[in-house]
Design a protein around this ligand. Structure first.
Ligand SMILES: [Zn+2]
Length: 75
C-alpha cells in the first residue's frame, strides 16, 4: 500500500507519465488526494472498449520504472 505524497522520500520523485491520483477518506472523515507511483505501464484505449497496456513513454525504459529523476511531486 502506497502512502500519501508527503511520505514520498525526498530523493525520489514520481513519474508524471504513468502515475495515477486517487482520493481516500482518512479516519477523521477528511478526503485527501493520494498519488500512486507509476508502474512503468500505461493503459491506453486503442478503440472503444479495447484497453491495451503499453510501456510508459516517460519511464518505461528506465531501470527503475515509476521513478524518474527531475520530476517534482505536486504540493
Ligand atoms: Zn511512467
Amino acid at each position: 500500500m502506497y502512502r500519501v505524497t508527503t511520505d514520498v522520500p525526498p530523493a525520489r520523485t514520481v513519474c508524471h507519465g504513468c502515475r495515477q491520483t486517487t482520493q481516500f477518506r482518512a479516519d477523521s472523515g477528511e478526503v485527501r488526494p493520494m498519488i500512486i507511483p507509476g508502474s512503468g505501464m500505461v493503459i491506453r484505449e486503442k478503440s472503444p472498449g479495447v484497453l491495451v497496456e503499453e510501456s510508459c513513454p516517460v519511464c518505461g525504459e528506465s531501470d527503475d520504472p515509476g521513478w524518474v529523476p527531475g520530476f517534482v511531486p505536486p504540493a
